[in-house]
Design a protein around this ligand. Structure first.
Ligand SMILES: [Zn+2]
Length: 74
């Protein structure tokens, strides 16, 4: 049996239960390694954002992200 884990939204602190790769709610996962032409060369940042915080975040975007529907679900 998969171990139960907890994923925490970095914006609002809400906890989500996860069993292996299955999470009770979908979320955004960002993992970014900054490169040489940044002020954070070599630093790896990682965070999680829940769907409601994601929607609030996008309200601040000047240009909306591209949207398209998946034709295959992994
Ligand atoms: Zn959140």
């Amino acid at each position: 049996m998969e171990e139960k884990k907890s994923i925490v939204c970095n914006c609002c602190g809400t906890h989500f239960s996860a069993f292996g790769n299955v999470v009770e709610k979908d979320f955004l996962h960002v993992k970014k390694q900054w490169g040489y032409f940044s002020k954070k060369d070599g630093r790896i940042d990682e965070f999680f954002v829940c769907e409601s915080c994601y929607d609030k975040w996008l309200e601040n975007f000047v240009i909306c992200p591209k949207e398209r529907m998946a034709t295959e679900f992994l």
